[in-house]
Design a protein around this ligand. Sequence first.
Ligand code: PHE
Length: 472
Amino acid sequence: MGERNQFASKFGTMAAIAGSAVGLGNIWRFPYVAGNNGGAAFLIIYAVICVLISMPVMLSEFVIGRKGQSNTYRSFIKSSGKKGWGIVGAVEIFAGLAILAFYCVVAGWSLEYIFAAVTGEFASFSGGDTAEIINERIAAMGQRFDLFVGQGGTHILSIPRPIVWTIVFLALNCIVLAFGVSKGIERCSKFMIPALFLLLLVLVIMSVRLDGFAAGASFLLKPNWSAVTPQTIMFALGQSFFSLSLGMSAMTTYGSYIQKDQSLVSVAFIVVIATILMAVLAGLAIFPSTFTYGVEVTSGPGLVFKTLPALFASLPGGPWVGIVVSSVFFILLFFAAVTSSFSLLEAGTAYVTEEWHIARKTLSRPVALTILFVLVGTLSVFCALSQMEGTSLIVMGESLFDFIDKLTSNIILPLGGIAACILVGQLMSKDVVFNELTSNGQFNAKLVRFFYWMARYVCPIVIFYMFIKGLE
Ligand code: PHE
């Protein structure tokens, strides 16, 4: 067997891992949840949770992966010395692929909207920007979205457009991953993550000119401690886990590609900071326009695909402003989504190439990716169909799309995080864990001791408590 895959450079490692973290969760969920839960008060709680609870979990996942030098399933077995732990790894991998199926649908929408934006669909409408006109535009954009998602829009070769885009998005992922970990994932992330950051900055700068900038910024950045409830803390933990891609095989897999002499603590720290920063910038890019036009702030698809296009269409400065801003926004949404989906698909690819055999031979990446393309693609098509009229698929009272979202975020992510902490904090030998976290004594052990202690005693209890509360 040849050399195992690795990230080639330190910067590339950070870009790929930050790419996994920064995703749709940061752009359409964080600003909204933060704004409604005390603004900066939420931000502070979220940041503290990211560092105290999520970072030890992330480090535990890195340790399992880098020590195991294998896919998540095998790394869990190697680290624990027990075959049964492989089940945890396998569940995480399949849950990751299920999230990927649903992620592809939403990312596919971003492709549709890139085309709509570039061709000027969201450019300035004539006829002023009174509240009434703005609301009419939002209603029109809402209808456009519902029609596109619900009935598939116009059909290409009689396949509804959301399905076409979903498959195109998944195929792009497979092509990039076929090039390998460093030549595919790392190379793309090295370009896309800085570009994402710059595009966000462009949007923030454009929104500074708007009348509603101060109001929008203060919605996000002014601390309002009276809005903080026990629920707020749960939201912050859930958001932190999802946005840092924890409990889902992505970080364990990427951990196995980090070079042995790179400090895991600094990678985790930089990724956490980058994730928080991008989420705040996303809020600063989005809220000023909602406040300028006095529209209600929402989150999720409603915000990104209904409200924002209507607001872009109304921006002052002529049609080109609408074209530029909307194109930039949907391109950055695509970059955020695709760098996250790489990590989910890579977790599956590592597993299939290392564990599955045909005629006693391990599979090559292209073969593994073809298998995953068919599996994930099928589930994606069902997810997309589950949103359409007449084909709604209901699982336990929810559409398949919502069911996968809830099952993974509320149940599998926290349990996966707890499992990683127990494995590293309780089952693995302390020396092995410390050697991994300090790269055999190269890096400061003081911080490592702190994170180890948190992973060993505090994180599992806190996460379990929140998990039980979340089920109530
Ligand atoms: N972190 C990604 C986001 O914020 C989602 C994700 C979750 C990606 C789990 C990989 C694994 O959108």
